[in-house]
Design a protein around this ligand. Structure first.
Ligand code: PRX
Length: 635
């Protein structure tokens, strides 16, 4: 029996049991049989969740790009590795073969080296979904530099914070980016950000939109002429299994984003393994994940997981609504996509449109559908199942996080019977636990609690860049000896998991993780604002939208409220990005607080969701009169 490819339910249970009985033996077998190592490990796993310290395949040496590129050259060098589908459907798609990708990555890697980038240096990548994004990610990995991709929808302030946090001296970007019918001035955003980043010495710019941009003498260079001159081969830097591969930022409960650090060997093994199984990937498949490489989904399941399996991975520059709402399905038909992986928010948005946008395309190539990023509601699940999958494609509702590196809970298609809204069963090696508020594990089925993981898996993030104490505090302190996910979940009568949502101050809007603290910090910068509190409320398409309760200073009280609301959203756009804009803003005289001064967000959430029949325990509430007034004036 191969551990690597699970083909039916009984096999899943066998593999799962084996993986839990002997995790080290299990992962060792997978790692040995399917990857190229320059040197074998001294130990498979060393771990201590109290420190916390986790090491997989310690002592082993490898380069992940050798696994994603070089080893495919003899067997599938002329196979398409990246299938680039541009924003404009009238522009031709680009098929980049493994051989071409290898060459382009090597050239890019040599350019980086010429610019003085080396092992362990951080490189921030702020590029749209064009081939240079994937190529530069791999080029960093080729030379042992640590990439930190910042989603190209983030604002200049958010970009600057991330550049400074990881201490990058180089930024990779493009002149502009396309988003549907709009062109966005990316380089302008970088220029603005770099005013706050004195350590950045060099910026390489890919030409995409051809728009006029400023090139700062001595700092900025077009990358293409450098690539043209660069040598087409670059021997891989031999890395240790536990060397950092990348940093990816995620929101947290304070204003500072958390730079999650992922390392090399374990991340490679786990993302490749889960890609193979969750998508039941086969050699001739055309796999498409619609995420942006700026998020973990793109890292693990557009770039590393698929390429480590020698797959053809579609990279889509556009948006689902341009030129019309049939764009996704047009691409599926055109490239005969076999696995399609997207977010519930996209499904909900498309389900609202005329069904003709779907039915006019031939989607019969599809075999597996996937969702990720937030809970999928039943209606959206059925729409996806009925109209996209024609009731023939299993839907994999994949639960995981930036921190987990890869998918932890998901059905395995054609093995695990699916159930709408359920992520179902843990992947091999994953040991979930539901905990009660007193820190006790809740055993048995038909229970709910806080979702923890009891045992390490190979792609768990190893630390927060520059702040190990925060890593410990955020993930390993709430429940002793366990990784706490921040999510609530229930386990049904057969042991299937359903994720019910965040139990902390993170709100998921259109699949994007937004911490309330950074948004509140941005709002509080407005000179007329005294204090603010943000909560989420249910939204048909976005899943959650943001509701802001804002107290004005006396000086602000006389200002026009509509203008104020606009200015506040403008500030949020500048500090974080348009994704964090508030849908509703209510100016309030005060905020409900406990006697110890903590904002009672639970109450604000209920008011925002128009669910005020039972506000729960308000005995610790200091100012009930404020709640009355907020309710009366709620939007
Ligand atoms: O709340 C969970 C939700 O997204 C959070 C992680 O967000 P992020 O780090 O941005 O990674 C998203 C892509 C992996 C989780 O804590 N989430 C993710 N997938 C699901 C989900 N909630 C319900 N069902 C899912 N399938």
């Amino acid at each position: 029996m191969s551990n690597y490819h699970i083909k039916h339910l009984e096999e899943y249970f066998q593999v799962y049991r084996k993986s839990v009985r002997n995790p080290e033996g299990f992962w060792e077998e997978v790692a040995e049989e399917h990857f190229l190592w320059r040197k074998k490990w001294n130990s498979v796993l060393e771990w201590d969740f109290t420190k916390p310290e986790i090491k997989w395949f310690d002592g082993a040496q490898l380069n992940i790009t050798e696994n994603c590129l070089d080893r495919h050259l003899n067997i599938r060098g002329d196979k398409t590795a990246i299938l680039f589908e541009p924003n404009d459907p009238n522009d031709p798609a680009e098929h980049i073969t493994y051989r071409q990708l290898h060459e382009r990555v090597c050239r890019y890697a040599n350019v980086l080296k010429d610019q003085g980038v080396g092992r362990g240096d951080r490189v921030v990548i702020y590029l749209p979904m064009i081939p240079d994004l994937a190529i530069s990610v791999l080029a960093c990995a080729r030379i042992g530099a640590i990439h930190s991709v910042v989603f190209a929808g983030f604002s200049s302030t958010a970009l600057a914070t991330r550049i400074n946090d990881c201490g990058a001296k180089m930024v990779l970007t493009s002149d502009g980016s396309y988003r549907g019918s709009k062109a966005i001035d990316l380089k302008g955003i970088v220029d603005e950000a770099l005013k706050q980043c004195p350590d950045v010495k060099s910026v390489l710019v890919t030409k995409r939109t051809g728009s006029e941009i400023n090139m700062k003498e001595g700092r900025d260079q077009w990358v293409q002429p450098l690539l043209d001159k660069a040598y087409a081969d670059c021997s891989p830097e031999i890395m240790n299994s536990e060397d950092p591969l990348f940093i990816l930022y995620t929101s947290g409960s304070t204003g500072r984003p958390k730079g999650m650090v992922h390392t090399t060997g374990g991340y490679m093994v786990y993302t490749a393994y889960t890609f193979k199984n969750v998508f039941q990937y086969k050699e001739e498949d055309i796999y498409w994940c619609t995420a942006d490489i700026g998020w973990i989904t793109g890292h693990s399941y557009i770039v590393y997981g698929p390429l480590a399996n020698g797959a053809t991975t579609v990279m889509f520059e556009g948006v689902p609504s341009y030129p019309d709402f049939g764009r996704f399905w047009e691409v599926v038909q055109k490239h005969k996509v076999t696995q399609f992986y997207t977010a519930p928010t996209a499904i909900r948005a498309l389900a609202k449109e005329n069904l003709d946008f779907v039915t006019k395309y031939d989607l019969s190539s599809l075999k597996v559908l996937g969702t990720v990023g937030e809970p999928i509601n039943e209606e959206a699940w059925h729409w996806y199942n009925d109209h996209v999958g024609d009731k023939k494609c299993p839907i994999v509702d994949t639960w995981w996080q930036t921190e987990t590196g890869g998918i932890l809970i998901s059905p395995i298609p054609y093995s695990t019977p699916t159930k709408p809204t359920y992520a179902t069963l843990p992947m091999p090696g994953i040991q979930p636990a539901l905990m009660d508020e007193n820190g006790k594990e809740i055993k048995g089925n038909q229970v709910d609690g806080r979702l923890c993981i009891k045992f390490p898996w190979p792609s768990i993030a190893r630390t927060i860049w520059g702040d190990h104490a925060r890593y410990k505090d955020t993930y390993f302190s709430a429940f002793e000896g366990k990784y706490f996910t921040g999510d609530g979940a229930l386990r049904d009568e057969v042991g299937y998991y359903r994720i019910t949502g965040r139990v902390d101050d993170v709100i998921i809007v259109s699949g994007h993780n937004l911490g309330t603290a950074p948004i509140e910090d941005a709002i509080n910068e407005h000179p007329a604002v005294a204090e603010s509190a943000i909560v989420g409320f249910p939204h048909d398409i976005k899943g959650n939208a943001l509701y802001g309760y804002i107290i004005l200073k006396e000086t602000g009280e006389t200002r026009n409220r509509e203008n104020l609301a606009k200015e506040i959203n403008q500030l949020i756009t500048e500090h974080i990005g348009p994704i964090a804009k508030l849908d509703k803003i209510q100016f309030v005289p005060g905020l409900p607080k406990t006697r110890s001064g903590k904002i009672m967000r639970r109450i604000l959430r209920k008011i925002a969701s128009k669910d005020t029949s039972n506000l729960g325990d308000t005995s610790t509430l200091l100012n009930p009169e404020v709640v009355e007034q907020i309710m009366k004036e709620s939007l």
